[in-house]
Design a protein around this ligand. Structure first.
Ligand SMILES: [Zn+2]
Length: 249
């Protein structure tokens, strides 16, 4: 009982420390449960030398433009989890990203954290309004959903599934924390010290204040390319999953 009472306080503490993107405290079942059911994806086991770069919270008229130019320079495809109201404001950027071969995912309309009891209808509207904004911009329906802050629970997973979405998080050791502007070097090291086949790397193309993401990418992209990686969209990565051999009885 005491623990239950303390949980909201703990959660508030976690949030105030700005660690929200690294935790999913509201998940009632563990990672294994959702991973085995194929309902939430953190990374994709594969033999191929591929990596999926993802950018959340945009589009941003300056940063997204810089990132798109860099991606093109290194022949890299990525996935942008856009916030609906920003996609509605900058549809030409969303369209351009899609035209240049990148994938567009849904990151809700107003970026609420689904870490407390939200009305299912509110969550559904957050998804459907963003779905419409992406479809208007690109003519293509998105299939991937990334809940803000990585907060998920059974209700969120169920609602996403019902709306035709797969929940995509990120490799836990590939959370660059770039939204906190930790220094370009730290962002770079986070990615380059932990690279694995099938990783999903978390960046942000919208950051409050000064962004270090673009400078970090100038180092990360050539180095990973040098190491032999191909940069693919999350959907491409999902199609490269290593097949698990069927056990004979
Ligand atoms: Zn976000």
């Amino acid at each position: 009982m005491m623990l239950l009472l303390k949980l909201p306080l703990l959660m508030a503490a976690v949030l105030s420390l700005g660690l929200a993107t690294s935790f999913s405290p509201s998940a009632s079942k563990g990672r294994e449960y959702y991973e085995q059911r194929g309902e939430v994806v953190w990374e994709v086991p594969t033999d191929r030398k591929v990596i999926a770069l993802t950018f959340d919270d945009g589009p941003h008229p300056v940063h997204t433009d810089h990132i798109l130019k860099l991606l093109k320079q290194y022949d890299a495809k990525a996935t942008f989890f856009v916030v609906g109201n920003r996609a509605a404001k900058y549809p030409e950027l969303v369209r351009r990203a899609a035209m240049e071969g990148h994938e567009i995912g849904n990151h809700t309309y107003t970026h609420p954290y689904f870490n407390r009891n939200r009305h299912t209808e509110t969550m559904r509207r957050e998804l459907s309004d963003t779905h419409d904004a992406i479809f208007r911009a690109t003519g293509q329906p998105p299939h991937l959903f990334r809940p803000p802050g990585g907060y998920y629970n059974e209700a969120v997973v169920h609602m996403a599934k019902q709306s035709g979405y797969l929940v995509i998080l990120w490799s836990w050791d590939q959370d660059t924390n770039d939204w906190r502007s930790p220094g370009t070097g730290r962002i770079v090291r986070k990615v380059l010290d932990h690279d694995h086949n099938g990783d999903i790397v978390l960046f942000h193309d919208f950051v409050e204040g000064r962004t270090q993401t673009v400078d970090a990418l100038r180092v990360i992209l050539p180095e990973l390319k040098q190491r032999g990686y191909q940069f693919v969209t999350v959907s491409e990565l999902l199609s490269m999953r290593k097949s698990v051999p069927v056990k004979k009885p």
